[in-house]
Design a binder for this molecule. Structure first.
Ligand SMILES: [Zn+2]
Length: 340
């Protein structure tokens, strides 16, 4: 494992990522990446799609207006609503045993095709999350079963788009919980951008062999054996532009030890704030704000909510929540088109 600081970005070899996506182009790299028997081997070079003349033309075309955002639907999690919105089910004198509510919520990732380097926000669950030999501990499988087969997992979704792992320059991880960081290991050449405190917090669970958390020991162990390119964002770092039109939002602690969001500018409509589990659903957002059932720092969560509200108000952006079934149903998925 190596850790790369922001100002040493160029130390990382730039992946062959700026060739654009052509639907139907077979993507390579996933099969090689999934070869668990060869942990440190870099993935093979991609069969690159033919070059895009406009992107080659020069810097004029290199603006945020060129970005395309593809929404990847990565199956669903089934869980108790109290985990999403705390105190959803409250017993009363008249109703001492209210039934629990089991709900299905979407898992998602966002692939931003960009001439200056493609960006991926989150990675979903590991394809081998479940079963007796699955990555996730049995109690985690019980609490958050994944609904959806292999075809819903990130490698299959990107493959369907014609994108291999080495075509993604920046992988931004909102945080390292199992439904967001499950496919980190496939990105051997990408910069893996994560909040410093989240990285440290996750590896504390690893060191303590703490199986009772949303951080998966098997995933963390796997990453530690690989020569991955981590870029850690410290608590004090300001928001910063990753590529024109895509800004990293440093939310700090809240739902997890360290949360990162993305502010994506679109040409054809107002921008979008991708906030992942900094705010699960519209119900959490309010107002009034409602706390989630899982939170590392509840004051940080509340502070982040106000920050998101302020940015959205100032820029006229939409807030896309981490697990809102109703909102996600209304969003155009990659198989239907993209946002630009
Ligand atoms: Zn989540």
């Amino acid at each position: 494992m190596k850790i790369i600081e922001f100002d040493k970005e160029e130390a990382v070899r730039r992946p062959e990522d700026s060739q654009g996506v052509q639907r139907g182009t077979p993507a390579s790299g996933w099969r090689e990446s999934t070869a668990w028997a060869t942990p440190a081997d870099p993935v093979e070079s991609l069969t690159r799609p033919s070059s895009n003349a406009n992107w080659r033309a020069g810097k004029v075309a290199r603006a945020s207006r060129s970005l395309k955002m593809h929404v990847l639907d990565l199956g669903q999690l089934r869980l108790d609503k109290n985990l999403m919105v705390a105190n959803s089910t409250v017993a009363t004198a008249r109703n001492p045993n209210p039934p629990g509510q089991l709900i299905d919520v979407p898992v998602s990732a966002y692939f931003i095709e960009h001439p200056d380097g493609n960006v991926l926000y989150d990675t979903g669950c590991h394809p081998d999350w479940g079963g007796p030999r699955g990555r996730w501990p049995q109690q985690t499988q019980e609490i958050f079963p994944v609904i959806g087969g292999d075809e819903c997992m990130l490698p299959a979704r990107l493959e369907a788009l014609g994108v291999g792992p080495d075509q993604i320059r920046h992988v931004v991880l909102s945080h390292l919980h199992c439904d967001h960081a499950g496919c980190v290991e496939f990105f051997r050449k990408s910069q893996l951008i994560v909040h410093h405190n989240e990285f440290v917090g996750a590896y504390k669970h690893f060191a303590l062999r703490d199986d009772d958390s949303p951080y998966i020991i098997g995933d963390l162990e796997r990453w530690s054996r690989l020569d991955l390119n981590w870029r850690l964002v410290s608590d004090t770092e300001p928001d910063q532009t990753i590529v024109p039109g895509v800004r990293l939002l440093n939310f700090g602690s809240g739902h997890a030890y360290g949360m990162l969001g993305l502010d994506v500018e679109l040409r054809s409509r107002n921008g979008v704030l991708l906030v992942a589990d900094a705010c699960y659903t519209a119900e959490n957002f309010g107002p009034p704000m409602k706390h989630p059932g899982i939170s590392t720092d509840s004051l940080g969560f509340a502070r982040t909510m106000e920050r998101i509200r302020a940015i959205a108000h100032e820029k006229g952006s939409e807030v896309w929540f981490g697990h809102d079934a109703e909102q996600f149903a209304s969003v155009r998925k990659f198989s239907e088109g993209f946002y630009e």
